[in-house]
Ligand binder design. Sequence first.
Ligand SMILES: Nc1ncnc2c1ncn2[C@@H]1O[C@H](COP(=O)(O)OP(=O)(O)O)[C@@H](O)[C@H]1O
Ligand SMILES: CC(=O)N[C@@H](CCC(=O)OP(=O)(O)O)C(=O)O
Length: 246
Amino acid sequence: MKDLIVIKVGGNALDQLTSEFFEQLAAWRQAGKQILLVHGGGPMISKLCQKLNVPVTKTDGVRVTDEQTLALTKLVLLGQTQPLLLQKLSDHHLNVQGLNAASNYLLKGRYLDKAKYGQVGAITYVNQAALMAELKTKIGVLAPLALTESGEWLNVNADQAALAVASKLKAEKLYLLTDVAGVLANGKLVAKLSESRAAKLAQEGIITSGMFPKVKAALTAQRSGISQVFITNSLAKQGTQIESEE
Ligand SMILES: Nc1ncnc2c1ncn2[C@@H]1O[C@H](COP(=O)(O)OP(=O)(O)O)[C@@H](O)[C@H]1O
Ligand SMILES: CC(=O)N[C@@H](CCC(=O)OP(=O)(O)O)C(=O)O
């Protein structure tokens, strides 16, 4: 949808939001844009697990999520990080609405690989009509969780959730906000990143850890038709923009 901007706010980025961020959202709302924020909370989930002696296991950057981890994940996302972001937005006089998979079955998903990751999902369906109705008047703040057809909760990587929603709704722009200026190579920002350059940087061990699934999500988003995809730490800076192959 033209005029829809999807922004993923990672758990690390949540602590670093500057006044620029809120001013940009206000300016976009004034210009008639619809805005959906998909929030993370990974570091906070890991912290709570560690406090309660629940093992933290990640495979390919994905949290292996058993029943107990799922309960803590929901607790953190819906009880801690989402209210924190809503409060920050409200403090800046922005009109907001907290959203999750259970609000009008906004997001449905399927198991990614139950044997490997447990209760982890990939999004298969977005209730577009319900979501767009919410975004008409408010900035939506959506948790990265999905429900299966039979009503089981799934934990979804927040980059993947933002990508899925942005692709299904054909967003104009997708921002993956994180705690670094973009993809860095030898300390320098990579301003434009194509699929082949990304593959080379990954092979050289330059794109690693959390940046690896993020770049994969960004490339998939660009391929799905979202022309402006950015990995950045600020809405005022383009950071790394994904570009198509020559
Ligand atoms: N080439 C790279 N450029 C920038 N960051 C990288 C790179 N490779 C790995 N990283 C790491 O990826 C992190 C961002 O991923 P992650 O911590 O998962 O972010 P978020 O919580 O915002 O989703 C950076 O803080 C950095 O430590
Ligand atoms: C399946 C899976 O890995 N889910 C993520 C959801 C939160 C997230 O992605 O948060 P960040 O963006 O802050 O990392 C997790 O449990 O950490």
